[in-house]
Each structure stands twice: as C-alpha cells, then as structure tokens.
Design a protein around this ligand. Sequence first.
Ligand code: CO8
Length: 372
Amino acid sequence: MAAVIRSSGLWTPDASISNDELVACFNAYVEAYNAEHADAIERGTVEPKNPSSSGFIEKASGIKARYCIDKAGVLDISRMRPRVEPRPNEALSLMAEAGLAAAGQALDTAGRDPQDVDAVICSATSMQRTYPCMAIEIQQALGISGFGYDMSVACSSGTFGLINAINMIETGMARSVLVVVPEITTPQLNFRDRDSHFIFGDVSVALLVEAEDYAGDGGWRILGRTMKTQFSNNIRSNFGFLNASEDPEPSFEDRYFVQEGRKVFKEVCPMVAELILDQLSGMNLSSADMKRLWLHQANINMNMMIARKVFDREFDESEAPVILDEFANTAGAGSLVAFHRHNDGFDAGDKGLICSFGAGYSVGSVVIEKRP
Ligand code: CO8
C-alpha cells in the first residue's frame, strides 16, 4: 500500500534571537575575555578572541534569527547557554512537549484523533534522555495505542524518520504513523565559539503519514525514497553516556557540536546533487518534473549550489525555498519545516522532493506527488 503525507504541524519557542542580539552578547563576552587576559595576550601566551559580525553571519549562512527555548540564558554573558528547568518525572518532558505541540497541529489539520494513529516515531539529533523513549512519552500523552520508538541520524533525522514511517505503511505494519521531530539544538551549541554560535535554532515539526486507502483525499503520495550515509568526522559531537566514565571526565566544551564547515560544504554539495539526480533517473523522472525542492536548511549558499546542480538552470527561490532567515539550521527538522511552510501552489500530479543532508554524512531524499 502506498504511503501519503497527510498533514504537517510546527511548533516554535516563543522567543527569537536576532543576529544583532546574539552578536552583541558574543562581542561583549569577547571584550570581557580579552580584558581579563590582557597581560597574557600582551605576552603572547593567550590568543585574543575575535569579534563576531551580523554581516558575516547573514552573508555566509543566510541566517538572520533563530528561535530559542531560553533567550535570557543565551544572552546572559555570564552564562551563554539556555536555561532548562529540571522537571519531575511525572511532568511532560521538554522534548515531548515540543513534539506534542507539532504532532497535535498535524492531527488537527488532518482532522484525525490520536486513536486513529498506530505508531509514533520520534526522530531527532539528540534525545533528552535515553529511556523511556520520547516517542513513547508522546504516544502516552496523546493516548495512542500501538507503539513508538526513537531514532537519530543528525540532520537526516526527519527524512529517515519519514522513510521509516513509509516502510511501516508499505509493509502493512501500520496504517497511520506520526513522525515527530523535536530539534532542541541550542543546548548543544557553544555560544562562546565564533565559528558556530550562530548556526542553530530550536523547533519541532511533525508529519502524519498514512496508507493511501485510509488517507482520504489530498495530501502527498510518496513516489520514491532513498538514503545514503558515508562516515565523516567533519561534523561531530562527542557527547554521550560514556563521558561520565572517562578519565579525566571531559569538560562540557569538549562535548559540543563542532564542524569543519568549509570541508562539509565542499564534500556534501556534490554528494547530494548526485544522489538526487540518480534517484530521479532511477524513477524515470528528471529535475524538470520537480516543481519544488525542500532542501535541508544549513546554509543558503549550499542550498543554491545544490539546487543549481539539480535544476541545471537558473531558478526562482520559490523552487527551492529557504527558511534559514527565520529559523537558522534546525538540524533534522529543516527540510520538513521548509515543506510545512512552503507547500502551496501545487496542483494534483505536481511533484517535489524533500531532501536532508548533514552529519554522518547522511542524505535522505523523498519524492512526493500532490494528490487530488
Ligand atoms: N563573524 C565574523 N567572522 C567570522 C565568523 C563570525 N561569526 N566566523 C568565522 N569568521 C571568519 C573566519 O575566521 C574566516 O576568517 P579568515 O578568512 O580571516 O580566516 C572567515 O570568516 C571565513 O570563515 P569560514 O571559512 O569558516 O566561513 P564560511 O564561508 O565557510 O562559512 C559556515 C562558515 C557558515 C559554517 C559554512 O562553512 C557552512 O555553513 N558550511 C556548511 C556546514 C553544514 O552544512 N554543516 C552541517 C551541519 S548541521 C548537521 O549536520 C547537524 C548536526 C547536528 C546538529 C546538532 C545541533 C547542535
């Protein structure tokens, strides 16, 4: 049975941080650091820190702002990390709360009750805890019977989660699956690191994926999907449960997100364009059949380069929409947020492609067609 994306939902934190606000905080920190270490800097034993700039951030990445679970904590130069209040076990956890909000919107849009859903996949770069699964907590909060599980493939978490849901539906394991992608990225970000302090934002997105004979009218039929992974250390986080057993126990700074941005750019763009073109030709389609590409949202220049290679012509921004200005990089959620925000103007039979790429490396690509 073919699978259909029936609806989507989005949650954002209330607060957004502009580049100017982030840079003002970062530069205040740099000034204080350099003043504190002035003698050592003078002696040449400590490197001075360089200021950040909104102009650089926007030009290099396309990012103008990012949503954040706690603006005050990030912009407090004595802290520079979001504050997350511990919650008792009986309370809904932060990631489940974010996931639930997006999932509820997807259900409302489809006019479905939680009882209509068979399974929940919670797929995100990092999970708030190891167990019980976030997906099972979301399942319980919604009152869904059946099952749920967590999975994680960094920036491809959303598409790989979607592909898992498609597989479940095509094999008859489920007829309705909620794919929930709560990406709470800012706690993993070193806001004192000039190279990466601007990159990520927090968001949650959800898709309701159903069997075609159950979905009713509308939605998006899945025509094809593909996944590729290839090991690389160019995007890495060493955060994990073994940290507590390592001697010496690593400092938190050693557990944050780090990357070789230039190398990622150079290596991932051709990999993604080639995968998309191969996928389309394997389906007897071409880029001329694609009305829109909903690409992963890491960097506007990267997206333009990939879209140019795929379309092999000049193209309009509406053909490869960018949401980086408002959201920044939201890891596994990015391509699905772009889809959620920009899926208007399609007639039945029009086709498009959702594609994520990122750490791993990983690429996940799904070709869809608008249904009558
Ligand atoms: N302000 C001012 N100047 C700066 C700043 C700054 N903030 N940062 C760097 N510069 C300077 C550099 O020092 C350098 O100066 P110089 O030339 O004198 O050495 C100059 O600007 C150029 O620096 P870069 O070469 O680093 O700049 P780029 O043009 O490459 O832009 C980017 C940097 C934006 C990071 C870019 O390389 C990029 O986006 N690359 C692609 C990265 C990518 O797609 N990564 C995917 C990561 S996301 C992912 O996979 C998910 C992982 C899970 C995430 C979990 C959540 C945390």
